[in-house]
Design a binder for this molecule. Structure first.
Ligand code: FAD
Length: 467
């Protein structure tokens, strides 16, 4: 049973549970509004920890995330710690590299970004950070939370609003699962991921920086993102059973020779043999749920509400956008929490579900389609049409990555555009064929001038037609 909290506060208190990227940013948003906000994070203060557990993943920050950061005055401070990226660089099996441009995007590192946001939230006198506070249980009715500290002691804290930003395996969300009419689904994909480091060569980046390097190999894929220290973080995506098949250093090299030969000298054969076995491959989960709120008491944001597979580079961006959307609704409904929370679920669920679906779709596209001629052709057609009619045809990727078009609207528009463009291509192909026939009838070619003698041509045609 839970005890009543010891202190009776007067002012409205917002408790943000989870001080990761989204929690840290959310704290800034609530503090900026003038609400009393407390962040409860299960880990120690990462700014003081000597060894930080977990790995430092680098993330692609794009328009949505940047807009949210801008709102609390943190855009430039975070972007300046990252590396701008202008294009994808596709590595073929034979080592050939071909760029696919895509516009303004920035690579940021998870830890320094969280660090900066945490620092910034502390500059507000009405924000308080509590590290080493792991949420164990909470009650939606009372708004009462129980936290455990690493020394085993417990703390009971009451808040007017509880904001669950505690990630893909959210403890806050667990209470939602016990309630009626709460929809929930989670899917683990068969792929896992493993991070490998590509060191600098003679103090310089081993490959061109400012690119997202991709080695698409159907069921496998490797990507590499540049870091400020001139290293690249390579992430290998592969089905778990394939990861498990490789058990010795020699097998690692053999596998890389077969799939990513150009990367071996860059990562280094010896490092590769060892790094592959340093940590096991990590799982990836997609979580969808609705609604995101309970009454006027609790709301889920970030991965706690929508963990997505990382193939659209939008997980953090969507989480950051959650904060700005919530803030906009707070403004619209004058901070009337019952109305705000219901509206937030109504507005945000379809968008977060759309990005979860898109990320899953890209999981297929990135591995297989970037190798396909039709896919590349359609990308070119889309880009040309966008150039000619910038307001009418906007590639999906552009809408998702470089605008704040609502995710579900972007999907609807994409499906409409796709239909129109495919029809257009069909008509122009048919038109070109008809035009060709028309020209042939009007100006029949002089068969004697054809390089292949007529009779030979006919026999070839006949051969083609025979079974
Ligand atoms: P988290 O970062 O998971 O933070 C949750 C916090 O809550 C943690 O600090 C945790 O310690 C704390 N916590 C957990 N449980 C409790 C508890 N019981 N009590 C108190 N605190 C608790 N996104 C992009 O936008 N671009 C990318 O390029 C990109 N690439 C990715 C690549 C990979 C391989 C992966 C796995 C993800 C990628 N993402 C990317 C997604 C991005 O990492 C997440 O969307 C983002 O970290 C979500 O932030 P969050 O704050 O919601 O959750």
């Amino acid at each position: 049973a839970m005890e009543e909290p010891s202190d009776n506060r007067q002012k409205k208190v917002v408790a943000v549970v989870g001080g990761g990227l989204v929690g840290a940013l959310n704290a800034c948003f609530f503090a900026k509004r003038g609400l009393d906000v407390e962040v409860f994070e299960s880990r120690e203060d990462i700014r003081q920890a000597k060894v930080v557990k977990g790995r430092s993943i680098n993330l692609a920050l794009s328009h949505r995330g940047r807009q949210a950061l801008k709102h609390v005055g943190m855009e430039e401070k975070i972007v300046s710690q990252g590396i701008p990226m202008h294009a994808r660089m596709i590595h073929s099996l034979n080592g050939k590299q071909s760029p696919i441009p895509y516009g303004k995007k920035s690579q940021v590192n998870r830890l320094p970004a969280t660090y900066k946001l945490t620092n910034h939230s502390e500059t507000y006198p009405n924000a308080k950070l509590n590290f080493d506070h792991k949420l164990q249980d909470w009650s939606a009715e009372k708004g009462l939370m129980t936290f455990v500290r690493s020394d085993g002691t417990k703390e009971h804290i009451q808040a007017d609003l509880i904001v669950g930003c505690d990630g893909a395996f959210s403890a806050i969300r667990k209470q939602f699962l016990r309630r009626s009419r709460f929809n929930y689904s989670q899917t683990y994909i068969p792929h896992g991921y493993m991070e490998l480091t590509m060191p600098p060569i003679n103090g310089e980046f081993a490959m061109k920086p400012n690119y997202l390097h991709i080695w698409p190999r159907n069921t496998f894929m490797m990507i590499a993102l540049p870091n400020l220290d001139k290293t690249f973080t390579c992430t290998l995506f592969m089905p778990f059973d394939e990861f498990e098949k490789i058990t010795t250093g020699d097998q690692v090299i053999e596998f890389f020779q077969k799939c990513f030969p150009d990367s071996i000298p860059l990562i280094g054969a010896d490092a590769l043999r060892e790094d592959y076995f340093r940590l096991p491959a990590q799982a990836m989960v997609s979580v969808k749920c609705s609604p995101y709120h309970i009454g006027d008491k609790c709301v889920l944001m970030g991965d706690a509400a929508h963990a997505v597979v990382p193939f659209y580079g939008q997980g953090m961006n969507a989480g950051f956008e959650d904060c700005i959307v919530f803030d906009e609704i707070m403004e619209q409904f004058n901070e009337d929490l019952a109305a705000v929370l219901a509206e937030y679920s109504r507005v945000r669920v379809p968008d977060d579900h759309a990005i979860a679906d898109l990320a899953m779709y890209n999981y297929v596209e990135m591995r297989a389609h970037v190798n396909s001629k039709w896919f590349l052709f359609r990308k070119h057609v889309d880009n040309i049409l966008h150039f000619v009619m910038p307001k009418t045809i906007i590639p999906l990727y552009t809408m998702v990555t470089f605008t704040r078009t609502r995710y579900h609207k972007a999907v609807e528009r994409w499906q409409w555009q796709d239909k129109v463009i495919n029809r257009g291509l069909l008509f122009s192909a048919a038109g070109a064929a008809l035009g060709g026939v028309f020209l042939l009838i009007k100006n029949p070619p002089d068969v004697n001038k054809l390089s292949i003698p007529a009779e030979k041509m006919w026999s070839r045609l006949a051969a083609l037609r025979s079974p």
